[in-house]
Write a protein that binds this ligand. Structure first.
Ligand code: ADP
Ligand code: MG
Length: 612
């Protein structure tokens, strides 16, 4: 009995985009269908290994492409795992993946649907780029029943019982008039060479009376000799396994020998993926055991902070029939991770000598990479060594901690940093004035993550890391101007403490400021102002703790003047208003918002008017 089923709304939307698209790269449908066939063969192989008692017989794994010029059809067949009725309904008629909404969103913004099709797990539908009707005949490996699925891509699909000798799947495409080229064997051979060369299984072109021809080498790329692999083959492999369209920024092809044997072909992409910071981020590594694909969801194969690394690892020592759950806990996995991570570090160190190129990597992945400083205790110093920062002496070009230490010389043993929202604002922070005058470099840290790792990495290669607030430097600043009178200064501080008791915990004198009248800081051991701001932005905190300290510069003419005026009753209002402006200025310099913009503007205008 034929059963007619409607497409879900999102499938309809997707098909609408695919069918009406005018992409010149229509051939990608073949890459997608061959990739599905290869997945189906992987699944059967794995299923047989983990269920040896079922003893399913099958002919040699292969993918067959059968063009028919007269009919205008193309069949892509595999003898893989196949699908039962539920699979057909759940995997072909519906888009289960959470990525669909994202796909549809992306197609609005980005014209390159081709890039997106594979990435979001909707590859099957690309068949409708070239076909106006698609028929699937499939039989699942452990079942006696075969089914057909038929659709014109518009009004749903029909499922019916069917006949098929062996397990596996045939996808028959009834080609559109402008896609009849895809029955041409020379053309087909070309596309397969270009896009599916590295597929592990033989891809066989069925030439009818002329027999069959295997088109690819059907050999896992990573098992081949490096010298025999071209750049292009590596790139195709990368693009196929990652579904990325960029070029790999870094490549690592290795074979570990000794007590543990495994090989790896790993890549760092050029562009960051859209989900780099999504909580359900998955590892990008596919695990094989002796060339059998096991899983691409093995946790622990790569540390979280290297989650952007893509590629494969093929182990020779893991038992083939190990369950995916067991894998997670295997100590072999931990050892493979350790070895692989140090290889990645080594290669990153090599690449770091080309500063300009390394900055590309850093800008794409640095924020994730820095997580390693607190996540990976044993490697924290190496992660820090490979990290890059901006600083007061290097605000246009990224610098390393080693370069910082070298520039600093012997005079100071500590590494100073300040945290804030952006390099430009930080660079103008009044707290840096004394450091500048003494030619002491300060790192300008602007990522939220910096607030965390700086709490963990207490010292780097023997140099303590210190927030500038904690720097115990005796700033013997040369002052050519006078200092505010002590009596007036004390009175000013007493008054300010009263006026601002809702805003700051206390007002103090500092010797560290040079050109600004005032600055803001926090009590030692308290959360930094930037950290508080981050938490407020994430609704973790509604107000700030009143632990802020307003620092006054007793050498600034404005403070000197206020200290002189404070005892004159007639001027008290002016002094109060000026003090308020000074506090708000200090906040602005910190990257904070003015607490009462209207009042602030009013008073400011008043003062400007008096001055001109
Ligand atoms: P993806 O391959 O990313 O999962 P596709 O749209 O290409 O997305 O395929 C959807 C699903 O359809 C697959 O996950 C698989 O379950 C099923 N499928 C497609 N082609 C085959 C096939 N040749 N054999 C078995 N299952 C298949
Ligand atoms: Mg697919």
């Amino acid at each position: 009995m034929a059963e007619k089923i409607e497409f879900k709304t999102e499938v309809n939307k997707l098909l609408d985009i695919v069918i009406n698209s005018l992409y010149s790269e229509k051939y990608i449908f073949l890459r997608e269908l061959i990739s599905n066939a290869s997945d189906a063969l992987d699944k059967l192989k794995y299923w047989k290994l983990t269920n040896p008692q079922l003893n399913v017989a099958n002919s040699a794994y292969k993918i067959t492409i059968t063009p028919n010029k007269e009919e205008g059809t193309l069949i892509i067949s595999d003898n893989g795992i196949g699908m039962d009725k539920d699979d057909l309904i759940n995997h072909i008629g519906t888009i289960a993946k959470s990525g669909t909404a994202e796909f549809l969103q992306n197609t609005k913004e980005n014209t390159s649907v081709v890039d997106l099709i594979g990435k979001f797990g909707v590859g099957f539908y690309s068949a409708f780029m070239v076909a106006n009707k698609v028929e699937i005949i499939t039989k699942k490996a452990d079942s006696n029943e075969a089914y057909s699925w038929f659709s014109n891509g518009v009004d749903g699909f029909v499922i019916e019982k069917a006949e098929r000798n062996e397990n596996g799947t045939d996808i028959k495409l009834f080609l559109k008039d402008d896609a009849k080229d895809f029955t041409d064997t020379i053309y087909l051979r070309n596309i397969i060479h270009t896009y599916s060369e590295h597929i592990d299984y033989p891809i066989v072109l069925n030439l009818g009376e002329a027999g069959e021809e295997t088109v690819n080498r059907a050999e896992a790329l990573w098992t081949r000799n490096k010298a025999d692999i071209t750049e292009k083959q590596y790139r195709d492999f990368y693009q196929h396994t990652t579904k990325n369209s960029d070029d790999p920024w870094m490549r690592l092809h290795f074979k570990a020998e000794g007590s543990l044997e495994y090989s790896g072909l790993l890549f760092v992409p050029t562009k960051a993926p859209y989900d780099l910071f999504q909580p359900d981020r998955l590892t990008g590594i596919k695990l094989y055991v002796n060339r059998v694909f096991i899983s691409d969801k093995v946790e622990g194969l790569m540390p979280m902070y290297l989650r952007f690394v893509r590629g494969i690892i093929d182990s020779h020592d893991l038992p083939l029939n190990i369950s995916r759950e067991m894998l997670q806990q295997s100590s072999l996995i931990a050892k493979i991770r350790q070895g692989t991570v140090s290889r990645i570090f080594k290669e990153l160190k090599n690449k770091a000598s080309d500063k300009e190129n390394y900055a590309k990597f850093w800008n794409a992945f640095g924020i994730a990479f820095k997580e390693g400083i607190y996540e990976d205790f044993s490697n924290r110093e190496t992660v820090a060594e490979l990290s890059r920062f901006y600083s007061t002496k290097s605000s246009n070009e990224l610098t390393s901690l080693d370069e910082y230490i070298e520039r600093q010389g012997d005079k100071y043993k500590e590494i100073y940093y300040i945290t804030g929202d952006d390099v430009k604002t930080l660079n103008c922070n009044p707290q840096l004035e004394a450091f500048r005058q003494h030619d002491i470099e300060v790192l300008l840290l602007t990522d939220p993550i910096d607030e965390f790792w700086t709490q963990t990495l207490i010292s780097y290669k023997g140099h303590d890391l210190k927030h500038i607030n904690q720097a115990k430097i005796d700033f013997d600043i040369k002052r050519d101007c006078q200092r505010a009178n002590d009596k007036g200064l004390n009175e000013l501080i007493t008054n300010m403490n009263e006026w601002f008791n809702n805003e700051v915990s206390k007002v103090e004198i500092t010797e560290k400021l040079t050109t600004s009248p005032a600055g803001l800081t926090v009590e030692e051991g308290q959360m930094s102002i930037h950290m508080e701001r981050l938490m407020r932005n994430h609704q973790q905190k509604t107000a700030f703790d009143s632990t802020r300290i307003l620092l006054l510069n007793p050498y600034h003419p404005l403070i000197i003047k206020l200290a002189d005026l404070i005892f004159e009753k007639d001027n008290l209002d002016d002094v109060k208003n000026a003090s308020m402006l000074i506090l708000e200025q200090a906040k602005i310099a910190e990257g904070e918002a003015v607490s009462n913009p209207q009042l602030f503007n009013e008073k400011l205008s008043e003062f400007i008017l008096k001055a001109i």
